[in-house]
Each structure stands twice: as C-alpha cells, then as structure tokens.
Design a protein around this ligand. Structure first.
Ligand code: GLN
Length: 490
C-alpha cells in the first residue's frame, strides 16, 4: 500500500495507525535477518506514538499514521544516530533533524534507523561498520549505497516511505538497484539541519517510495525554507497537488548520447530506450544533447567530496561526543585524538580524509581542488545550455544492475565508477529522480534517471509520474518482500 492510500484509510477509520505500525514491525521481524536494513528498530516508541495518534482521533497531517524509516545519519532525539560508524558509539542526539521534525509533525511514525555506508561514503553499504544490507531482489547482491538500508526497507515493503541523503547518488542509485523511486530535490530545498555532514555543498535529503506520487507527497512535507540551515533556499515550494497531471505533451527530453555508451550494460541501454519510447508515446520528444564535461564528473566529485569530508569529519575527535578510546598511561591529547580516530573510522572514511586533506594542502590546492571547482562550473554551464532547449535530461541511473556483495570491495575505483550518471546532479545542485524502468535477464531491477531545472521539481515529478502511469515495474514485489511472505520464488 502506498503512503497516500494508507494515510487516507487511517483518516477514514478503515484501519489504524497501530495496525499499520504493527504490520511494519512484523515484517521487519520476519525479514530483517535476511536484509540487515535497520541499525535500530524503535518498536515501543513507534507503537506508543501510534496509540496516541489513534487516541487523538483527528488527523495530524498528510502522513497521519504512516510508518517510515530514516537513514541513520539524521538526528533523532533520544534514538542513537551512528552514521554506521564506530566513532559515534554512544551518541544520542539531543535534537531532531528538521526533516524528522517535519515528518513527525505531518503524522509519520518512525519505526527505525536504516543502515548506510559509514558517513554515507560508498555505493553498496559494504562500508558500514555494522555490515552490509542485502538487496531484496537477490540477497547475495548489494542494495546499492549509501542509503542501502532505506532502499531495501521500501523495496521489501516494510515501510511505504523511507528517507536518505544523496551526495553523489546515494538515494537514486540504491533506488535504481532495488526497483523503487528515489528522489533528490534541488540543493537547498530540503534542510540539512541535523544531517551528519559528509560534503556540505553536495548533500541533499530526499525520499524513497514505490510511486512518484508518494515521493512528491513526502517532498511536500520535508521541503521548504528552514532558518536552521544557512544554505536553505527561500524559493517557494511548487504546487505538487496540480503538478502530477499526467500530461507530458510537448515536453522535451534531453538525451546525452555521447555520454551513454561505454561500460553500460546492454540490458540497461535497452530498458533506457524503451523508457524514452514510453514517454514519447505520451507526446514527449527526445532530443539529443551534449554534456561535454559530464565524463569528468567522477574525478571532480571525488576531489570535492573528499575535501569537504576531511573538513567536516575533523569534529570527531573523542572530546565532545561519541567514541573515546581508552587512554594509555602518559597519553598526550594528540595521542588521544589519534587513537580515537584510528579505531573509530573505517578504511574508506580514512582514505577519504587523507585524500581530502591532500587536495586541500598548500601546493596541491590549485592543481586539484581549485581545478575541480572550475570544472564543476563548466558542468553546470553544460546543463544550463541544455536546459535552453530541453525540460529534463534522461540517462540510466547506474551502468549495471546490482552487483554481488564483495565484488567491488577490493577496488575503490571500480566502486566509484558506479556513480558516473548520478554525480552530475549533485555537482550542479539540480533535482534528479530514479524510477523503475525494467529488469535484467536475471530479474534485477533497472532505474531510469531524469534530471530537471533548478527548483523545477514540478516538471521533473510530472514526467516521472507520467512514466509510472504507463508502466508496472514499480508494482512488482521482490522475492524477499513482506508482500510475498519473505520467501524467494523458485
Ligand atoms: N557513492 C558516492 C560516494 O561514495 C555517493 C555517496 C552519497 O551520495 N552519499 O561518495
């Protein structure tokens, strides 16, 4: 059931918030051992909240009684928030992220915090200090990352909505690999207050859902200006009630052909072409465009995100919160920092802190960091030029379907290459969405990515929603899902 339908049924008295939360918790109980989607499940707290919503009777808001899951890098009062890192052991936030605050005000009920790559650095959740999450379509494969737990939870139908953060693709990529919708709004649209920072100029929070309609609903709840975030955008939110009209007549879809070929699976390219044809049949027009700087996206992204991460993660020093390792006799303050950071951070986080520190250091700053920022501007200009002629830009979400757990862990560069189609939207700040558009020959989901003009989420969501009206990929349940009883098909 979608979040919209569930909230409507609860409001109409056809079911209750308690029943909805119980169903979600039952599913988690049955499937969690197979999926490892959650870091923390807050059953009692969720049930308490459901009981008080039911007792109050009146609807609290558009997500009244809907169970949701939150990526474990967003602060939740009284509930451990770990970023799947040892360095945050024992940290219990004294405040809520703005997103959490707004979701609860709208009536949503958090059932748990979901697994991620440590500090959201990764594309498979294998960098989590708590171990990887599994893909509900095939539990020997990754659900993608870094918001893999959130994607797995929605794909397995454990919750209708979950939330993630997307710095270089961490919402869209796992959504694509798990056969669900993942939406990254325009940079600045959703407050980052209470999101544990990875790369502040790229980070953006957004929803996972089974339908674009639900993603739009979630966006309407979490989006909009917040004075707690200095990069929060003052632009008015679009009217999403009228945006999803199903009409794409005259919509122009830019297709960066030169950027699509190399290293992309045949099944992905085939599904991509047929997705374009589906929208064309509704009156949209695919148009070839050129994004000459898009191929530089990966190196630019991995210079900028590591630079920002090295600065953001300097705060984890064992002094104020989280882990502090046991001091040895005569340890200096510096040794305490070193010991704590050495034991608290995992290998990928250390790699990025070192890389980022290096590219920001005197002598290398101009050659790497500054150069990357310049190419970032050129990439933005590519998109601005394209948007003079087209309304959205289409690409696959990922070059391949979900890969096997362990397949890419020994080769970070291979892992980074997964992000080829997703990093551009973060470097440019543009809104971007992945919707299910097919399956590989072994029934692994494939994602179709659309990217829109800054702050024009309305057009983007309209195009994606129209696509879903004519396709049924999003209605198929994976073998390891609550709806199938959690049993794989033969
Ligand atoms: N896979 C990318 C990385 O490892 C993106 C992660 C993200 O969006 N948080 O940095």
């Amino acid at each position: 059931m979608t979040a919209a339908t569930l909230a409507t049924q609860i409001r109409a008295g056809e079911t209750t918030a308690v029943a909805a939360v119980e169903r979600s918790l039952d599913g988690i109980k049955r499937l969690e051992a197979k999926l490892s989607a959650f870091n923390t499940v807050i059953a009692e707290r969720a049930l308490d909240r459901a009981r008080s919503l039911d007792a109050a009777g009146a609807s609290t808001g558009p997500l009244h009684g809907v169970p949701i899951a939150i990526k474990d890098n967003m602060c939740t009062v009284g509930v451990p928030t770990t970023a799947s890192s040892k360095i945050l052991a024992g940290f219990i936030p004294p405040y809520n992220a703005t997103v959490v605050e707004r979701l609860e005000r709208a009536g949503a009920i958090i059932v748990g915090k979901t697994n991620l790559d440590e500090f959201a650095m990764g594309s498979s959740t294998e960098n989590s200090a708590l171990g990887p999450s599994k893909n509900p379509w095939d539990v020997t494969r990754t659900p993608g990352g870094s918001s893999g737990g959130s994607a797995a939870a929605v794909a397995a139908r454990l919750v209708p909505l979950a939330f993630g953060s997307d710095t270089g693709g961490s919402i869209r990529q796992p959504a694509g690999l798990c056969g669900i919708v993942g939406f990254k709004p325009t940079y600045g649209r959703v407050s980052r207050y209470g999101l544990l920072a990875f790369a502040s100029s790229l980070d953006q929070i957004g929803p996972f859902a089974t339908t674009v309609d639900d993603a739009a609903l979630a966006f309407s709840v979490i989006g909009g200006f917040d004075s707690h975030d200095s990069t929060s955008a003052p632009e008015a939110m679009p009217d999403l009630a009228t945006a999803l009209s199903g009409n794409v007549k005259g919509l122009r879809i830019g297709v960066p052909r030169a950027f699509l070929g190399e290293g992309v699976d045949d099944a992905i390219l085939k599904a991509f072409e047929s997705a374009l044809a589906t929208l064309a049949a509704r009156g949209a027009t695919p148009v070839d465009i050129d994004l000459p700087h898009a191929p530089y996206g990966i190196p630019v992204y991995y210079l900028i995100c590591t630079a920002e991460a090295s600065s953001n993660l300097a705060r984890y020093d064992g002094v104020r919160y989280g882990l502090r390792t046991k001091l040895e006799k005569d340890d200096s303050l510096l040794q305490m920092y070193e010991r704590t950071r050495d034991q608290g951070f995992g290998p990928e986080v250390k790699r990025r802190i070192m890389l980022g520190t290096y590219v920001l250091s005197a002598g290398y700053y101009d050659a790497y960091y500054l150069k990357a920022q310049q190419v970032r501007t050129l990439l933005l200009q590519d998109y601005q030029r394209a948007f003079e002629h087209v309304d959205v830009v289409a690409t696959p979400t990922t070059p391949t379907p979900a890969f096997k757990l362990g397949e890419k862990t020994s080769d970070p560069v291979q892992m980074y290459l997964n992000d080829i189609f997703t990093v551009s939207a973060n470097l440019t700040g543009l809104p971007s969405i992945s919707v299910p558009c097919g399956f590989s020959s072994t029934r692994l989901p494939i994602g179709f990515q659309l990217t829109g003009r800054a702050f024009d989420e309305a057009t983007l969501l309209r195009a994606a929603d129209t696509f879903q009206r004519d396709t049924t990929f999003h209605t198929e349940n994976p073998p390891f899902a609550e709806a199938t009883g959690g049993k794989p098909r033969d």
